[in-house]
Design a protein around this ligand. Structure first.
Ligand SMILES: Nc1nc2c(c(=O)[nH]1)N[C@H]1C(S)=C(S)[C@@H](COP(=O)(O)O)O[C@H]1N2
Ligand SMILES: [Mo]
Length: 319
């Protein structure tokens, strides 16, 4: 499973062309550790522009897939983020007024240390890694995303969860003034999600701060979102403001909205169909002329790493 030294693996980078084509401007940030690409920072400003600072991504990861990542444009223009609307293009179109800074994260519940922290303090001292992961939406489309983030376990362990901490609950920010989908009540907001403590502490689970070496665009869940690559995309909750250690299984937005269709576990499983469609295959976004569906893999291709978490569990019942 592990191949190569971490230091041998260099993070992916966006091409200057893709930035230029979108007329978007990226701000240089001193201290970008991997060197390499320098983007022009003097482009003409226009209302279409998106200012994204570079992140100091210090290393790649043996957990990354070597599949071709989706283009930056795909990843930031085909989104699910109901706080901004139902359409795939709504999050990119309607998130311009969202302000991901300043940002605080509250950690509470069953832990020795709790409190509210500025995001910079919350992540201080933790190296940002690149993780190129498959993302499989329950709607049967998928992408490959070069995330930049920090293993969730590394961020949570200093809080010393107690023996009663069986689950970790997550909550998205509530800002109806900045999020038109919240004003329209498209779901029961704030969006909430949860993992078992073992899932939260699994080395594949990360909190992402960026993609392709720049900080997350609003539509992708700025400034901080969960990424759990073996689960359907809706588990990867965006724009997180609260992380709680709980004894009871926490409520999750989609299982509350449609309990027959979406469960707590939501592990990618080609053998357990959604009540309204097959989960056996998926459409890879940006996948060429005929864009035929490709087979979906058990646990989204991460079975070797995560299947043991569910040993003896009925995956049909615990969908
Ligand atoms: N707060 C919040 N998080 C969310 C969602 C959402 O609507 N609100 N959508 C989820 C779904 S269904 C998917 S597939 C992924 C999509 O992530 P992406 O837009 O970065 O590809 O985000 C997930 N996280
Ligand atoms: Mo999704």
């Amino acid at each position: 499973m592990l191949i190569g030294k971490q230091s041998d693996i260099r993070p992916a980078e966006i091409t200057p062309e893709s930035v230029y084509r979108q007329r978007r401007r990226f701000l240089q940030q001193a201290g970008f550790a991997t060197g390499g690409l320098l983007l022009a920072s003097g482009c003409t400003a226009d209302e279409d522009e998106l200012e994204l600072r570079r992140l100091a991504v210090s290393r790649g990861s043996p957990f990354s897939t070597d599949e071709e990542p989706n283009a930056f444009e795909d990843i930031i223009s085909y989104n699910n983020f109901y706080e901004f609307g139902l359409g795939k293009r709504d999050p990119a179109r309607l998130s311009g007024k969202f302000h991901p800074r300043p940002w605080t994260v509250t950690v509470d519940g069953e832990a020795e240390r709790t409190g509210t922290f500025d995001l910079d303090d919350f992540i201080r001292g933790q190296p940002i890694e690149e993780r190129v992961y498959r993302l499989r939406c329950v709607e049967a489309w998928s992408m490959v995303v070069p995330w930049n983030g920090i293993p969730l376990a590394a961020l949570l362990k200093p809080f010393k969860p107690t023996s009663r901490a069986k689950y970790v609950a997550f909550e998205t920010v509530m800002r109806p003034e900045e999020m038109p989908g919240q004003r329209r009540g498209l779901l029961d907001f704030p969006y909430v999600e949860g993992l078992t403590i073992a899932e939260a502490m699994h080395p594949l689970t990360i909190l992402a701060l960026g993609i392709y070496g720049v900080e997350l665009p609003n539509q992708n869940g700025a400034p901080l979102r969960l990424v759990v690559p073996w689960k359907y995309g809706f588990k990867s909750i965006k724009s997180i403001v609260r992380i709680s250690f709980t004894e009871q299984q926490p409520p999750t937005t989609w299982s509350l909205a449609a309990p027959r269709e979406y469960g707590f576990y939501a592990n990618v499983n080609p053998e357990v169909d959604h009540p309204r469609w097959s989960q056996a295959r998926e459409r890879r976004i940006g996948g060429g002329l005929f864009n035929e569906k490709i087979p979906t893999r058990m646990f989204n291709g991460y079975a070797e790493q995560v299947a043991s978490l569910y040993a003896g569990m009925d995956l049909r019942k615990n969908f």
